[in-house]
Design a protein around this ligand. Structure first.
Ligand code: ARG
Length: 258
């Protein structure tokens, strides 16, 4: 995770971002701290990367890399405003502990667009990550990659429209995907929880699961109820300040696997 010390909305690269609307780095920090403490209370180890002045979106650590099986593919951002974040992640992962670290060749916004489920990787494209990045990820990690096309600019990263709950279990917002991708998801995940528009609009899919507890925006009441029915424990968090930049719980969190 990355503290939102320099959080602000100074440019707009998604429909949620309005530089004319006031933001508060202090409110962002308090909300982020609650998310951080929630993970710690749930028994997870949290590591921090130092925020860099001039990179207000760095709080969205999910975009920094993909980490699986101890290998790290560092992001290559679509927009110049975020491009320099990659160097910070290369440096952080370069300090050791990983079997291989390199930067992606094609535009690749890390766990924003690439989500591990079972032994596979679900990959989003349409707004940020390049389709060629899907092939690069397949080769680098040696895992099957399932390409999905996003069609609604408000759900511009895969992790704004789909969340992995456990092995082979997901929840998603169908309208964010192309008809072909919807068919792929239906076939592969017939038992998935389908989010409605109200839950998707409060970023309810921007959630993290440890297989039992699901940390998600507390306003996503419908999804919380569905999760409870399935035996999960929903844990609500309020990240309204960060939503002004088009991010929420999952965006703030890069999972370090293996
Ligand atoms: N303002 C950031 C951007 O547009 C938000 C990133 C959200 N991250 C995510 N994993 N969906 O890039």
């Amino acid at each position: 995770m990355c503290r939102p010390t320099y959080f602000d909305v100074t440019y707009s690269i998604n429909p949620w971002m309005d530089p004319g609307r006031p933001t508060s780095a202090q409110a962002a920090l308090a909300q982020w701290k609650r998310l951080h403490d929630t993970f710690v209370e749930l028994g997870h180890e949290v590591r921090l990367i130092e925020p860099v002045p001039g990179l207000p979106d760095m709080v969205f650590a999910a975009n920094g890399a993909i980490v699986a099986g101890g290998k790290v593919l560092v992001a290559r951002f679509r927009h110049r405003q975020r491009a320099d974040e990659a160097a910070a992640y290369l440096d952080w992962f370069g300090r050791g502990g990983w079997s291989e670290v390199r930067q992606a060749e094609h535009v690749n916004e890390g766990e924003g667009d690439f989500l591990c489920v079972g032994g596979e990787i679900l990959a989003g494209s349409g707004f940020r990550s390049d389709l060629r990045a899907h092939d690069e990820v397949r080769e680098f990690f040696g895992r099957p990659v399932v390409s999905l096309t996003l069609v609604d600019p408000s759900f511009y990263h895969l992790d704004t429209a789909l969340a992995v709950l456990g092995d082979g279990e997901i929840m998603y917002y169908p309208a964010a995907f192309s008809p072909e991708s919807r068919a792929v998801l239906r076939e592969r995940f017939p038992g998935a929880i389908l989010a409605d528009e109200a839950d998707a609009a409060v970023f309810g899919l921007n959630a993290l699961s440890d297989g039992r507890n699901v940390v998600l925006p507390q306003r996503a009441a419908g999804l919380a109820a569905r999760l409870r029915e399935r035996g999960f424990t929903p844990v609500g968090v309020d990240l309204a300040e960060l939503l002004k930049s088009g991010g929420n719980a999952k965006c703030c969190t890069l999972e370090l696997r293996g």
